[in-house]
Design a protein around this ligand. Sequence first.
Ligand code: GUN
Ligand code: FE
Length: 416
Amino acid sequence: MFLKGNFLYTPSQTEFIILEKQYIQIEDGKVLGFFQDLPANTASSDVVDYGDDIIIPAFTDLHIHAPQYINRGLGFDEELLPWLENYTFPTEGRFSDTDFATRVYRVFLSRLKAEGTLCFSAFATIHKDATWQLMKIAEDMGLKGYVGKVNMDRNSPDYLLEDTERSLADTEELVLRSREELDRIRFIATPRFVPSTTEKLMTGLGRLCETYDLPVQSHLSENRHEVEWVRELHPNLPSYTAVYDAFGLLRPHKTLMAHAIYLSDEEKRLLKEKDVYLTHCAQSNANLTSGIMPLRENLTKGLTCTIASDVAAGHTPAMNKQIALTIEISKLYSLNHPTEKALTIGEGLYLATKGPGRFYGNVGSFEKGYDFDALVIHMDDSIEGLERTPSEKLQQFIYDGDDRNIIARYVNGNKI
Ligand code: GUN
Ligand code: FE
């Protein structure tokens, strides 16, 4: 199969490739290569021509809370801990009702797909049955990614407080069932964050991760009060990061930690050593007055960072808007931090496509052998004399585009 159009992609943080009016060849769902002209005797039924439109890798969002979708935009006059207590926990409690959960998850996943996030890593809730529905619906919709049943057995309201053994047993059941029945959606261990997981639960999860070689996702150093609380809960461990490490929850190349704002040099050394992915949630961190992660400093130090939405603390799942906001905040931050060069548009695209896609596999680029997961974007430039270049179209889509501009979505070479 061949697609014709203007292709833009980022093989690395510093490379931004623009191929105008080319053909991409796709076989078995993967990119084979680009051609200036169609190879001789290609059947016309084998070619889709997208004309002047641009084609980019689909977005990957490695930190999003599926149940919180219904809360986006709510409660932002509070900081993290009261926001969790007053808004988030009561909402997540409702997911004990699997029918309700199924309805919400359908709407949530349809929105992700509409916005072009075709690969993701989501937190569900503590509820096993509702989590399974999220996994199953995502698989059936043709999306790819990770889903985790949240584990919490301390400092939580009684309706979200799990029995430790039960929490581990439910987790294991979902690991096994998803391996049996699903293909593109995988299970990820999901301790909510240190304050809501006992040492016994973290130990058990660390063991499950070993046994099944699971990836892990959680939250790290998001808010000053939260960091202080972790210090009080674990006075014998040197840092928040060290707590996860002590329980085998910093798995090399397989761990996602959201926020990571207030880190010591030693914590950064450890996170780099384990190649933990720091999922940077700029919009969430602004909404909950959490702080600003020194993105440039972290990237320069060789830490792996990605752009993520953190819905509902981030108010939109649209990754183009998350890229724009991350760049805007990095510019303001650079004013008072002269070594913090602002993020560029190419870097923003990378941190929302191949950067996070690497966590899943060969995802997020159009290099040979990559899964062809793509968005075809039409930006209207029909006003005479206002024709835009492919790069300009991408910039305008990132800043002011929405799902109406995405006219086709592909996963593994199939239009979904
Ligand atoms: N820390 C623990 N749970 C959460 C959550 O649901 N959202 C955010 N932003 N931070 C958390
Ligand atoms: Fe989060």
